[in-house]
Structures are given as C-alpha cells and as structure tokens.
Design a protein around this ligand. Structure first.
Ligand SMILES: [Zn+2]
Length: 118
C-alpha cells in the first residue's frame, strides 16, 4: 500500500476514534480535533514544499538539439508586442514566454523539390 493511502487510512481511523470519544465522554471536541487540524496544516505545508522541490521538472534531461533552418524553420511570435524569434537550438518542446504569455509557434518545413536542391 502506498504511503499516501496509509496516511488517509490513519486519518479516517483517527477521526472515527475522536468522534466516538467525543460522543461517549465529556472531553470537548476541540481537544481532539485541534491536533487533527495541526496535522492537516503540516500535511499541506509539506505538500507545498514537495511541489517546490519538483519546480525544475520542466527542464529536459537530454542535450539541446540543433535545428537546421534549411530543413525546418520554427519561429515563435509574441501576440503582445509582435516580437518574433527564430529557433536555432531546441531545448524543450514548450514555447518560450514573452510579455507574460506563451509565444505562438509556427513551423515551416522545407518541401523537397525533387531535384536534390532545396
Ligand atoms: Zn512580447
């Protein structure tokens, strides 16, 4: 069983036990549910830190690939300011950002004219 599943099972058991104790005794509910709330806050905080740890997951593992502009001409266009970029080395498939937005990709592939010269 995964670690998250064990955490959910332990949480459900704790809530059920706390509800039984509150119903059967004079213990105020806040005394039992306050530690539960602190555990929930800790769980959310640790989850946020784990997401920060994965922040560089978009960076590719492989080496950048050189794009031959004679065969494939990839440009990125910014809808905000009109800037246009020509891709010479491909590092990742995600388009770059400009003016706070993703740039629009346009790929032109050189058609083979059949005479060996393109
Ligand atoms: Zn721009």
């Amino acid at each position: 069983m995964r670690r998250t599943t064990w955490g959910v099972v332990a949480l459900v058991v704790f809530i059920a036990a706390a509800a039984l104790i509150v119903a059967a005794t004079d213990v105020p509910a806040a005394y039992l549910f306050a530690p539960l709330l602190s555990l929930a806050i800790l769980w959310i905080g640790l989850g946020s830190l784990r997401s920060l740890q994965m922040g560089g997951a978009h960076i590719p593992d492989g080496d950048p690939q050189v794009v031959d502009p004679a065969v494939e001409r990839t440009t990125y266009w910014c809808a905000g300011c009109g800037a246009e970029l020509l891709l010479l080395v491909r590092g990742t498939d995600a388009p770059p950002r400009h003016c706070g937005e993703r740039m629009r990709e346009r790929i032109e592939i050189q058609a083979d004219r059949g005479d060996g010269v393109s």
